[in-house]
Ligand binder design. Structure first.
Ligand SMILES: O=P(O)(O)OC[C@H]1O[C@H](O)[C@H](O)[C@@H](O)[C@@H]1O
Length: 534
């Protein structure tokens, strides 16, 4: 089982292909040659190529996971909640959706979304996944579950037995897991970076405990792994196509599901993190744009390459298609991204700009939120602009929100993009996601949509490290019922607000146009916004 790569209307010119063939990149990548991305990347690449071994090396996890699942089910623990961000949650979410097994993914700080996960505790086991072991969202979620179990009457030993931990050896979370007596601890391969970890313990542990067949997933990946040394393998072709598209000015990659049957639901969100964090740096990069389907607004455009995962290239030109099973898709896109990184001349294994917003968040949590007054309140929406964006907008007009949106769209530079960043509840406020297509219909430019803080671990790197051509629409919402973060001087609501403010500060430092709309009533605000945007 491997991948089938197809393309329509995209040629890989000799100046892109020849150097890769002459330098024997396919075989050198499989041999884990850390010099492929230039001298500056060697230290990082030396400790970041372990993902190439995972189809075989992760095999040893399969029986251990099957036993653990049997043990959990026998104990009546059949609801699996995963606490983790970015590379520690996106892959298991895709694996479980594709397999049709239930996994509750908590990659949020929204108090409502966290509270909704803290239910059905009598049958819940929590997987806490963090490579670094220091991610504030994951740590806060773990604290909330410990407190909720205690409140439900469980003693310390019983609480420990409700936790399974996945982390790197020696991380602070490894120490916490030992101290709390976690039922099981999986120490992952430290030579695998977060966004390349789909086939490691980070992808496999939560998915297997939720009931997915991870042995089959690894077999699918092995089918491709055997081919990766060959100079004409499908993953190399994908990497060449992404690189050739970039060189031809197509630096937006519209990621669409296959039609009519989408066998890889959510795959675009996983690939989005891989591509945005790997390529978006040093003022360049490929912007992944997850679109609803191949006909969606933004799937085509002069600076867009359309890609379908899970099917053939659609007839729209230019496009690429990658057919094949999920295990092979993970490995193939990782390999392709590493190849594309070489073509772009960047190090695909670091994420140099992710820390900025995190540091701002920590500062704001200590110092308090900056005082910000809305420029206007219109219905259920408070309008905040930055950098003179709203100077010429008549916010007293009955369609003030529409005018503010117009000003934001007009600020997108040529070849630029609009990022919609919703610090809301991705379950209960799911209707907000429809804004992407609505706004993309109104502009020729690319429009992305991300849930905050989830996107900070994905496109957030590109926003700050990629070409400075973005305009930003930040959505925040009133918190009906806040939730404390146990043993911390802040609540989830305060953390969420600090994350939004921290990212605003990072974007303002770069002079990017930003419109913040705060929804004083979330449902009414989303509806009002959708009609203002249409
Ligand atoms: O697994 P963790 O250490 O908690 O990291 C979760 C995420 O954190 C950061 O934002 C990185 O940029 C991501 O690549 C990573 O996936």
């Amino acid at each position: 089982m491997s991948l089938e790569f197809t393309t329509v209307g995209l040629d890989v010119p000799a100046p892109v292909r020849a150097p890769l063939v002459e330098d024997d990149v396919a075989a050198r990548l499989v041999r884990k040659d850390p010099t492929l991305w230039g001298p500056d990347a060697v230290p990082e690449a030396t400790v970041r190529l372990g993902w190439l071994d995972l189809p075989a090396s992760s095999r040893e996890l399969v029986s251990r996971l099957a036993e653990l699942r049997t043990e959990l089910v026998a104990a009546g623990l059949d609801r699996v909640v995963l606490c983790g961000m970015g590379g520690s949650s996106l892959a298991p979410e895709v694996i479980c959706r594709a397999a049709g097994v239930p996994l509750v993914v908590l990659d949020a700080t929204d108090p409502g979304q966290v509270a909704a996960a803290l239910t059905d505790l009598d049958r819940t086991v929590v997987v806490v996944s963090s490579k670094s072991g220091g991610t504030i969202e994951t740590d806060s979620q773990r604290r909330a579950f410990v407190a909720a179990f205690a409140e439900a009457g469980l003693d310390e030993r019983e609480i420990g037995a409700r936790f399974v931990v996945v982390t790197d050896p020696g991380s602070p979370l490894a120490d916490i897991a030992a101290a709390m007596g976690a039922r099981a601890v999986f120490l992952a391969d430290p030579t695998v970076g977060g966004r390349y970890s789909a086939l490691s313990a980070f992808g496999l542990v939560p998915a297997a405990l939720a009931g997915a067949d991870v042995g089959a997933l690894l077999a699918e990946a092995e089918g491709l792994a055997e081919q990766l040394s060959a100079p004409d393998n499908p993953a190399l072709e994908l990497g060449l196509a992404l690189g050739a598209g970039f060189r031809a000015g197509r630096d937006k990659l519209a990621l669409a599901p296959a039609a009519p049957d989408n066998t890889l639901p959510g795959f675009g969100d996983w690939a989005e993190q891989l591509i945005a964090e790997s390529t978006g740096k040093q003022g360049r990069g490929i912007l992944p744009v997850v679109v609803e389907d191949i006909g969606a607004p933004g799937a085509r455009g002069a600076d867009v390459l359309l890609a379908v995962a899970g099917g053939k290239a659609p007839p729209e030109e230019p496009s690429v298609g990658v057919a094949g099973p999920l295990g092979a898709q993970f490995l193939g896109w990782e390999y392709a991204t590493a190849v594309t990184g070489r073509i772009l001349g960047i190090n695909p294994f670091d994420q140099p700009n992710v820390t900025e917003s995190k540091e701002n968040t920590r500062r704001i949590l200590t110092e308090g939120l900056p005082e910000e007054r809305p420029a206007a309140t219109i219905g259920a929406i408070e309008v905040h602009g930055s950098g003179g964006l709203l100077d010429r907008v008549d916010l007293s007009a009955h369609d003030g929100v529409a005018l503010a949106l117009d000003a934001l769209l007009a600020s997108i530079p040529p070849r630029g993009y609009l990022a919609v960043m919703a610090y809301l509840d991705r379950e209960r406020d799911a209707a907000a996601a429809a804004l992407r297509a609505v706004l993309a219909r109104r502009t020729e430019r690319a429009v992305t949509f991300g849930w905050g803080p989830r996107f900070l671990h994905s496109t957030g790197q590109y926003h700050k490290g990629g070409p400075q051509l973005g305009a930003f629409l930040q959505l925040t919402g009133a918190v009906a019922q806040d939730l404390p973060v146990p043993d911390r001087p802040y609540s989830f609501g305060a953390l969420q607000a600090a994350q939004a403010a921290g990212d605003r500060a990072a974007l303002a430092d770069r002079g990017r146009p930003l419109l913040r709309l705060h929804l004083t009533d979330r449902a009414a605000g989303i509806e009002q916004l959708r009609s203002a945007a249409s």
